[in-house]
Design a protein around this ligand. Structure first.
Ligand SMILES: *Cc1c(COP(=O)(O)O)cnc(C)c1O
Length: 379
């Protein structure tokens, strides 16, 4: 019999998700901003110490809310790393702003703070650090530059929930931060997200934008006796059914992170000899960063080696995948004049990076199979 295949990712129940969904359904109130949404928000506010947490339909939507809160005008510029998910840039492009792509550091693959000043112009309004793989960007340097030029810092913290930078939680360092609870992330409800508001000046308007441009949140709190249309906005509220699922996961976040840490550390320990002997680079985690254990990746010597290793693993029933294509070279970004060579590190690592299967319910036996398969690859 062939061994069963090992997926790249697999979502699992980790806590009381079913019981909570049942409870939400039973309450007869399953739209947004009900008990479980509030529970998720208080948990995030309490654990991270953020001023306001608002659960949303996705991280993409939380980024769109951030773009709306910035009142971006056509021609305004927002600096984003080239090596990130489309939404980090698209949310701002949707408001007519121009995404300006910055290269990433060769070690952490995060926004390169040394190259950042080269991209600041009088039209720059914001900078979006993405904590790749849950390892923090150099937030002190980026923060100082943002302050100097009056830029708003929006952390795309889709990978970094419960990671830290110099002892401070990721998601609490920008004026705003966005979280993803998509099925591929550490904590999930299938599709979902959150906007974390650290700069209190954005809090009230964030509620309004999330509620279709109405002051419904204040009405719910009894602060006004009817609610009306007061601003632009859209429908970014998460259903309480999903919030119930999410709360089941959030409540046991320490167990989830501890398990992921174990898997990550085992990969790193057992693959180190093979990597060192074959010119394969393992993830770099600076000592002042407590990472969020979002993924385990390898940087292969080149595209040919990466393609061959993916095929080698596939033959053994193991799904390994690559990651972001440099955004500055995407079809859509051509309008802003992106050219090969603009972000050389992003262009190189995009060809080299391979992500190994990594999920909460991965068994020791499954992980052994992945490790053995990698080590048996003749590079
Ligand atoms: C997953 C991800 C997103 C988008 O998250 P959704 O919740 O699917 O919208 C945005 N940015 C980064 C860096 C991501 O990894």
């Amino acid at each position: 019999m062939l061994p069963s295949s090992i997926p790249f990712n697999h979502s699992t129940v980790v806590g009381r998700e079913y019981a909570y969904i049942q409870q939400a359904m039973g309450s007869g109130q399953i739209a947004g901003d009900r008990d479980f949404s509030r529970k998720c928000q208080s948990l995030l506010e309490r654990e991270l110490g953020v001023h306001r947490a608002l659960v949303t339909t996705s991280c993409t939507h939380a980024l769109e809310m951030a773009a709306l809160l910035l009142d971006l005008q056509p021609g305004d510029e927002v600096i984003v790393p080239s090596f990130t998910f489309v939404s980090s840039a698209n949310a701002f492009a949707l408001r007519g702003a121009k995404p300006v792509f910055c290269d990433v550091r060769p070690d952490t693959l995060n926004l390169d703070e040394a190259k950042l000043p080269l991209h600041v112009t009088p039209r720059t309004r914001a900078v979006v650090p993405v904590h790749y793989a849950g390892v923090a960007c150099e937030m002190d340097v980026i923060g100082a530059l943002a302050k100097q030029h009056g830029l708003v810092m929006v952390e795309d913290n889709a990978h970094g929930l419960f990671g830290k930078y110099r002892g401070r939680w990721l998601g609490t360092l920008g004026a705003m931060a966005t979280q993803s609870f998509h099925e591929t992330k550490n904590i999930t409800c299938g599709e979902g997200g959150a906007l974390l508001v650290n700069d209190a000046r954005f809090a009230e308007r964030a509620e309004i934008i999330r509620e279709k441009g109405t002051n419904r949140a204040r009405f719910f709190r009894g602060q006004i006796d009817k609610y009306s249309w007061v601003d632009i906005g859209s429908s970014y509220v998460m259903s309480d059914v999903l919030a119930a699922f999410l709360y089941g996961q959030l409540e046991v976040w320490r167990e989830v992170q501890a398990r992921r840490r174990k898997i990550w550390e085992r990969y790193d320990a057992e693959l180190s000899n093979w990597c060192d002997g074959h010119g394969v680079r393992r993830p770099v985690v600076p000592p002042h960063c407590e990472q969020a254990y979002h993924m385990y990746y390898l940087l292969m010597p080149d595209l040919t080696a990466r393609t061959a290793l993916i095929a080698h693993l596939q033959k053994r029933g193991i799904l390994a995948v690559f990651h972001y294509l440099p955004l500055h070279l995407s079809e859509f970004a051509r309008q802003w004049g992106g050219r090969p060579g603009d972000c050389p590190v992003a262009e190189t690592v995009s060809d080299q990076l391979l992500r190994l299967p990594f999920f909460y319910s991965m068994s020791e036996e499954q992980q052994s199979r992945v490790i053995d398969a990698v080590i048996s690859f003749a590079l």
